[in-house]
Design a protein around this ligand. Structure first.
Ligand code: ATP
Length: 725
């Protein structure tokens, strides 16, 4: 037996814990009206997760809880549990025994437990649906609801059939797939909307990035050119500074050398001006003039003496001259000459004076005598000698003067030479100073160029990136003439301006934003792809499930129809009944009052699959369900319920006074059908019918005492008949 036991506690009239063991294929529950039998069937509905309070004959959860009586206080909660024998694993859970329990508290909170563990209602539903114990409760026929399936709408009827055929699993799967599809489509719409939303921004960013990339290309090309330019500039500045430094040092060394030489030359020239030669020349000239005067005097004297001699000789021609005296005078003159030669000029003058005195004395003593002539001749001789001497002296002085003059001349030439050299040196000095000042000018210009270079570097770095500062490592293919380097500078300036104009250099934010937006778009695109694929899969799955559902439904329907006709024929002694697939238009919104007869608007119409029941009763012209009597309805329902149960037998079926309306003959047939069905499903029948009771293995009598509490006892058939009354 799959259904092993039912335990109820605090549930409706079962104030106390009460158990039912279902050890036989048919268990009958009997008892007087109002004793609590239907509460048993309801407790089974309850525990299996029934959500309709109406189906549990209540308005709210609290109504299910023992409400107390004068004798027994009300309970805080109602609980019911069913124990299944799951050795066959008809429930898809790996336990030999499975207990399902539901508790409802007064605050309306429900708890579900599976083998003692709290689970969700959904878990219970799934577990039960897998074992053909569906939610529609086709296996639990409540009191008076036997013909529920007849009065149901065509659509609900179809659902009940699907449930009975165990197709709910497919339906669930389909519904879930439809839900997933709707969600997927919704997500897809959202994702597409998002993509559309970001698309213009992304396009804008893309254009920006393209511009940026171009700018970046331009920038990196400019960086390379700039590096070479800077390197050249740096090399040039370094070289120029070195050159200027070296040249300046050289020029300064030269200058100090020249300046020292100028000083020397000046000193030499200054000392040369203190020459005494000019004074000496003047002295010598004066001496020469004196000698010349004396010589002229001597010459004049000699001439005079010669004249006197000639006069005396003319006298002598008239008077004789003592030869001895003249000889004597001559001798004296000779001696005087000798002494003049060895003596000084003053000595000679003294001699001459003495000589002249003696000569006069001779003349006086020997007037107009030869001796006078002799003496005069001697004097002449002396005068001539003096003249000769003075001539020698004169030429001596003249030569000395010439020598000094020559000396002076050469000294002057030398001085001029030195002056010229000094002039040359000062020219050189001036030139050297000029060059140094030129170098200072060059250095100043170079300093300005260095500053310009630094300024260019400082300006280029923020625009072109700091990598530009590593220009020192740049490869410079060749040196450029300055004017070409200047041209390069101007070209680079133009590029820089163009780069600045793009306004995009260094806009890392744009790149980052584009990257993020593109990633997001790519993600959304992928998402769109995934969602589209998922939607396609779901659509495919839905189609497959629909096909499968339809196929199985058709097969099930055919099988049910066979059984339906069989049971119907059995109960009605002939006739025919079958379930027919049909389509029905239904409203998409709840019907308003007075609307039933109105034609449906297009938008409000929905065509649904449904099931109609076609039947013919022997000897009667009944074609429609509404024309059936109460008993006939009950028979038709029973035939259908049994047909459904026998085609796809649920583990158990609960029938609550389904047989209430049957006459005796049909009661027997019903009892037989119950017995027959119990081969396939376990049956719990609540009945007042003896025939039905007689087919049960176990009979439970439910009674209610004055305390309003239902009590259960196992009874024998005869007792049961009694209890039931
Ligand atoms: P019948 O044969 O007439 O169909 P029955 O045996 O099926 O009767 P039930 O309908 O199962 O009887 O039980 C109804 C009884 O349960 C009533 O007496 C009702 O007062 C009692 N009952 C229902 N709900 C509660 C509750 N919450 N607390 C106490 N008693 C309750």
């Amino acid at each position: 037996m799959l259904l092993k036991r039912l335990e109820v506690s605090g549930f409706k009239s079962f104030a106390k814990k009460t158990s039912f063991d279902f050890d036989t294929p048919v268990v009958a529950i009997v008892g007087p009206n109002g004793s609590g039998k239907s509460n048993v069937a309801e407790s089974i509905r309850f525990v299996l997760g029934e959500q309709s309070m109406k189906s549990l004959r209540s308005k709210r959860g609290e109504d299910l809880i023992w409400n107390g009586s004068t004798a027994v206080p009300r309970a805080g909660r109602a609980s019911a549990s069913i124990v299944f024998d799951n050795a066959s694993r008809f429930l898809n859970i790996d336990f030999d025994e499975v207990s399902v329990e539901r508790t409802v508290h007064r605050d309306g909170i429900n708890e579900y437990r599976l083998n003692g563990s709290v689970v969700r209602l959904k878990d219970i539903h799934e577990l039960m649906a897998g074992a053909n114990i569906g939610q529609s409760g086709h296996h639990i026929i409540s009191q008076g609801e036997a013909d529920k399936i007849l009065s149901a709408s065509v659509r609900d009827r179809r659902e009940m059939l699907e449930d009975a055929l165990g197709l709910k699993v497919y339906q669930y799967k389909k519904d879930e797939s439809v839900r997933k599809l709707e969600k997927t489509d919704e997500n897809l719409r959202q994702v597409e909307a998002l993509r559309r939303e970001i698309a213009p921004h992304l396009r804008f960013l893309k254009k920006q990035v393209e511009k940026l990339e171009k700018a970046e290309e331009m920038r990196s090309a400019a960086v390379e050119r700039y590096k070479v330019y800077f390197k050249r500039e740096d090399d040039y500045l370094t070289r120029a500074a070195q050159r200027i430094g070296t040249e300046r040092a050289q020029r300064e060394a030269e200058l100090s050398d020249i300046a020292a030489r100028v000083q020397d030359a000046k000193r030499v020239l200054a000392s040369a001006s203190e020459d005494t030669r000019a004074t000496r020349i003047i002295e010598l000239s004066r001496e020469l003039d004196a000698v010349r005067g004396k010589r002229a005097e001597a010459t004049r004297k000699a001439s005079r003496l010669q004249g006197e001699i000639q006069a005396l000789q003319r006298i002598t021609e008239r008077a004789s001259v003592n030869a001895t005296e003249v000889t004597h005078l001559a001798d004296e003159g000779a001696r005087a000459t000798e002494s003049l030669r060895s003596g000084t000029l003053e000595g000679a003058l003294d001699f001459l004076t003495t000589f002249i005195g003696k000569l006069r004395a001779l003349t006086q003593s020997v007037s107009s005598s030869d001796s006078d002539i002799v003496e005069l001749k001697a004097q002449l001789q002396a005068a001539l000698q003096e003249e000769e001497y003075l001539a020698g002296l004169e030429s001596q002085h003249a030569a000395g003067l010439d020598a000094i003059r020559a000396e002076l001349e050469s000294a002057r030439a030398e001085e001029r030479e030195k002056e010229r050299a000094l002039f040359e040196l000062t020219t050189l000095e001036r030139e050297a100073r000029h060059q140094i000042s030129q170098l200072s000018g060059e250095r100043e210009r170079l300093r300005l160029e260095e500053e310009e270079f630094k300024r260019e570097l400082a300006e280029a770095a923020p625009l072109l990136g700091r990598e530009i500062l590593s220009y020192a490592t740049a490869h410079v293919p060749n040196e450029l003439p300055r004017e070409e380097q200047e041209r390069e500078k101007r070209d680079l300036e133009k590029i820089k301006i163009r780069l600045e104009e793009t306004g995009l250099v260094g806009s890392d934010d744009v790149l980052k934003e584009y990257k993020e937006a593109a990633e997001r778009d790519a993600f959304l695109e992928k998402e769109t792809g995934d969602l589209t694929a998922a939607a396609a899969q779901l659509r495919q799955l839905i189609v497959e499930l629909d096909t499968e559902l339809s196929k199985r439904f058709d097969e099930g329907l055919a099988a049910i129809n066979t059984e339906f006709t069989k049971f119907f024929g059995l109960l009605f002694d002939g006739g025919m009944a079958s379930l027919v697939r049909m389509k029905e238009e239904v409203r998409t919104r709840p019907e308003l009052e007075g609307e039933a007869e109105q034609p449906l608007d297009e938008a409000e119409r929905q065509v649904v699959d449904g099931i109609d029941i076609a039947l013919t009763i022997p000897r009667k012209r009944i074609k429609s369900l509404v024309m059936l009597s109460g008993g006939e309805r009950a028979l038709t329902s029973i035939a259908l319920i049994f047909a459904m149960s026998s085609v796809n037998p649920p583990p158990f079926v609960v029938l609550d006074e389904t047989d209430a309306a049957l006459d005796e003959a049909n009661s027997k047939r019903y009892a037989d059908m119950v017995k027959a069905l119990s081969d396939k499903s376990q049956l719990v029948v609540i009945t007042h019918n003896r025939e039905t009771m007689s087919r049960a293995g176990i009979l439970y009598g439910v009674t209610m005492g004055g305390d309003g509490v239902s009590k259960v006892l196992s009874v024998k058939l005869e007792e049961a008949v009694q209890v039931a009354k």
